[in-house]
Design a protein around this ligand. Structure first.
Ligand code: GDP
Length: 479
């Protein structure tokens, strides 16, 4: 394989096992083609049904995308205030919270769009600008600025147009016989951690039958809600066909949808090629320190070291110094530490500077940046965060922080089951420092659990699809 944009020995449509459509110009978004070249090949193949669905989706998006006659027709319908059967219906994704949350909710929203034959458009805010390539050929996923509903980012759980508030005020009914004409032209689905009981009815079968008739859905979410879609009988068969291996949902969707722009990819490639590429094994450690932890950095470092010992992650130090120094044929291990803080990198680096190791490999320790504080409103900060998620995704072994969506995205992209540090809640050190995950999927941290009327899936069936997350008891994940 070659990286040259003009000549390649592999047909373009073979990239990422056919996930990537063939009509893209390679130089406009290099990550789309180059990520797979840097990584060992993924064992997680897309089903032919998924590939067909994606090609159909691309045709739909092209037909209904911004500024097409059908888009304009749907906008006129939006302005009219009520819904009618139309060729093009939309889901507009509205970003909120950190980048990991955004990527997970965006992938979930795309899955929802495929399941409901909607076109996905995204509200492009300044801080998201120039982070992601356009994913669909010959069209755009960016919501045009003249969209008639203004101030989308101000929609919140109290807005009149949330699905929950509309149910509460009887301006919408979740009776599955509800007709198009009685439905408002748009509904705001608030799928954020603070969602109310009635907002959660979004995840009910009959409610989805009704919402399926609404022309425009505005959806704000910070959650990986894909696992909850598995609980709806309405989507069950389709999901099974799309993802016969349900553990690869995020991995495949993200590789189809999320591609860092050339600017971000430049950060990834420069760092990767300079420091990581030659290592025989790359160990990714992601340390996210949440405010609820309330312990010192030393305590967190100790948890990492205890976990490493338990799961044999980091090369073991030779504290007695008995290991003879070998000069050739040594294997090399690169440890990539990703964190807002320099502390963990400094400590781990010093460990391997001050001591030799038992197995005699060459160990190097790296950290691309330490931003010190989360600054989601800043574009360069977000570019570095995205680049670091992708650098991590090129590792072979993962030690990530529990309930961190930043970590979820990295190992999900890699398609590798991580070892997860158990969260420390309010100074309470967990008995087990970490667990070896049995699924590479992300956790839906605040699942809806609504009391649905109409058809529901029985509990045993649900348990075939989702399990409890090891790092958050109330969370669910596909496995
Ligand atoms: P979560 O809060 O761990 O679930 O992850 P999010 O990605 O949603 O939000 C955390 C945000 O903090 C990131 O998007 C970054 O802006 C920043 N951040 C956290 N950890 C890191 C890190 O290791 N490197 C960089 N560059 N930014 C980070």
């Amino acid at each position: 394989l070659t990286h040259d944009s003009n000549q390649t020995s592999t047909p373009i449509n073979n990239y990422l096992d056919g996930l990537i459509p063939s009509d893209f110009n390679k130089s406009s978004c290099r990550s789309r083609f180059e990520w797979a070249l840097l990584r060992r090949s993924s064992p997680h193949m897309p089903s032919s049904y998924l590939l067909q669905k994606l090609r159909n989706y691309e045709a739909l998006h092209k037909k209904c995308g911004p500024n097409t006659p059908l888009y304009k027709k749907s906008i006129e319908q939006l302005k009219s205030g009520h819904s009618v059967p139309l060729d093009c219906n939309y889901v507009v994704w509205i970003p909120i919270n950190g980048l990991g949350n955004r990527i997970l909710s965006l992938a979930s929203t795309f899955l929802y769009a495929i399941l409901t034959n909607r076109v996905l458009l995204i509200e492009m805010t300044n801080e998201l600008d120039d982070l992601f390539c356009e994913p669909f050929p010959d069209t755009s996923w960016i919501l045009p600025p003249d969209f008639p509903v203004k101030n989308l980012n101000q929609l919140n759980v109290n807005s009149d147009v949330t699905y929950g508030n509309m149910l509460n005020k009887h301006t919408i009914s979740n009776d599955s016989n509800t007709t198009f004409e009685s439905l408002h032209s748009y509904v705001y689905a608030h799928i954020v951690e603070d969602y109310h009981n009635l907002d959660r009815m979004f995840f009910c079968n009959d409610d989805q039958i009704v919402l399926g008739k609404v022309n425009w859905l505005l959806l704000k979410s910070d959650l990986y809600f894909a696992p909850s879609l598995y609980k709806l009988p309405l989507f069950e068969e389709e999901l099974h066909l799309l993802f016969p291996a349900k553990e690869s949902v995020f991995h495949l969707l993200a590789h189809y949808l999320i591609h860092p722009t050339n600017d971000v990819w430049g950060l990834v490639k420069r760092y990767y090629n300079s420091y990581l590429a030659k290592a025989d094994e790359k160990i990714g450690i992601q340390v996210r320190v949440f405010s609820f932890t309330r312990v010192s950095s030393d305590v967190i470092l100790q948890q990492i070291l205890d976990c490493s010992k338990l799961e044999s992650i980091l090369p073991e130090l030779d504290l007695n110094g008995t290991q003879a120094f070998k000069t050739n044929e040594q294997k090399s291990k690169a440890i990539l530490v990703v964190s807002l803080y320099a502390y963990y990198y400094e400590k781990i680096k010093s460990m391997y500077y001050e001591h030799s190791i038992k197995t005699g490999e060459l160990v190097s320790v790296y950290q691309p940046s330490h931003e010190e504080t989360q600054n989601t409103g800043n574009q360069l900060h977000n570019k570095k965060a995205l680049a670091e998620m992708y650098m991590l995704s090129l590792c072979d072994v993962f030690l990530t922080t529990g309930i961190s969506t930043f970590g979820y995205v990295s190992y999900g992209l890699a398609g590798i089951k991580p070892i997860i540090l158990m969260p420390i809640w309010n100074k309470k050190i967990p008995d087990l420092p970490c667990v070896r995950e049995t699924s590479m999927e992300s956790c839906h941290l605040s699942p809806a659990n609504p009391s649905c009327k109409g058809r529901t899936m029985d509990k045993e069936k649900v348990q075939q699809y989702v399990k409890q997350c090891p790092d958050k008891g109330a969370g669910i994940k596909l496995f």
